[in-house]
Design a protein around this ligand. Structure first.
Ligand SMILES: NC(=O)c1ccc[n+]([C@@H]2O[C@H](COP(=O)([O-])OP(=O)(O)OC[C@H]3O[C@@H](n4cnc5c(N)ncnc54)[C@H](O)[C@@H]3O)[C@@H](O)[C@H]2O)c1
Length: 270
């Protein structure tokens, strides 16, 4: 989809990947609504890019509907809806099943149900208008697994399955679905100060030794290219395709490898 003169809503647009995507969409000529729980930060981004800020809790379908309504009144019909807001809390002390229910519910509400709520509102509108674009930010954890993040991993797998279902069901009606599955990105979600500007122009890499970490700006450019080139799967880290292939080739071997990786990351040796 051509982005110029389109209207876009980006949830979680106040920080991290969402903020970088708001800026990238603006540079390409889109009119952007920055939707976030963090209203002050959303307003700052909106002022910077000449867009509007929406106070939105994506866990609440009514809040998303109100944001769409306001955007349509102020900017015009929504062509691109980016479901980007996401949360992760880590496992509880007893491992994969032990995180409290409130963390499981928040992961499922924000990382999955928010995508359902957005699609429920946008698909009929986009179908009626002959097209539109839903961008769903999942994670490499939705294709593989994030060690120590069972609720996050499960919610992102569900988000991947939902995006596939959306694309299969509504692609023929002109609804383009873009599924984004990054590995580590230098944002607050992984404890990186998103405003640290380093000498080489990248952001927030100081002291972070995660292999293959990308800047939010680079990931935003990958998402933009995915929208423009009408691709379904966007993998900013190309190695994720290799890992996913290996998992499909031999799931048992992949689980053994992930166990080794977990032991190593916990300093337990191999
Ligand atoms: N950072 C990574 O390493 C990484 C990797 C893969 C996928 N992702 C995904 O990318 C997306 C963006 O993450 P990020 O790294 O930019 O994180 P971030 O924490 O920097 O930004 C998340 C934004 O979502 C907002 N948000 C949280 N809950 C919300 C709610 N209920 N309603 C509205 N807004 C809400 C926050 O206020 C924040 O502005 C998430 O879906 C995340 O799971 C991140």
């Amino acid at each position: 989809m051509e982005v110029r003169n389109r209207v876009a809503i980006v949830t979680g647009g106040a920080h991290g990947i969402g903020r970088a995507l708001c800026r990238a969409l603006k540079i390409e000529g889109a009119r952007v609504a920055v939707a976030d729980l963090d209203t002050d930060a959303a307003e700052k981004v909106a002022r910077e890019i000449g867009g509007i800020a929406l106070q939105m809790d994506v866990a609440d379908a009514g809040s998303i509907a109100a944001g769409v309504q306001r955007t349509e009144a102020e900017l015009g019909s929504v062509d691109i809806f980016v479901s980007n807001a996401g949360v992760a809390f880590g496992d509880g002390p007893q491992g994969a099943a032990s995180a409290p229910d409130e963390h499981w519910r928040a992961c499922l509400d924000i990382n999955l149900m928010a995508h359902v709520y957005a699609a429920r509102i946008m698909v009929p509108k986009m179908t009626q208008r002959g097209g539109g674009c839903l961008v769903n930010i999942a994670s490499a954890a939705g294709l593989l697994a994030q060690v120590g993040e069972a609720a996050y991993t499960a919610s992102k797998h569900a988000a991947v399955g939902f995006a596939e279902s959306l694309a299969i069901t509504h692609g023929d009606d002109g609804v383009q679905v873009v599924l984004v599955c990054p590995q580590a990105v230098a944002t607050r979600m992984i404890g990186v100060d998103e405003d640290t500007e380093l000498e080489d122009g990248t952001r927030g890499f100081g002291g972070n030794d995660i292999d293959g970490i990308l800047s939010a700006e680079y990931v935003a450019d990958c998402i933009l290219a995915g929208i423009q080139e009408e691709r379904f799967l966007v993998l900013p880290h190309p190695q994720v395709a290799t890992y996913f292939q290996r998992k499909a080739d031999d799931h048992d071997r992949w689980i053994s490898g992930m166990r080794r990786f977990r032991r190593k990351s916990m300093g337990e040796g191999l």
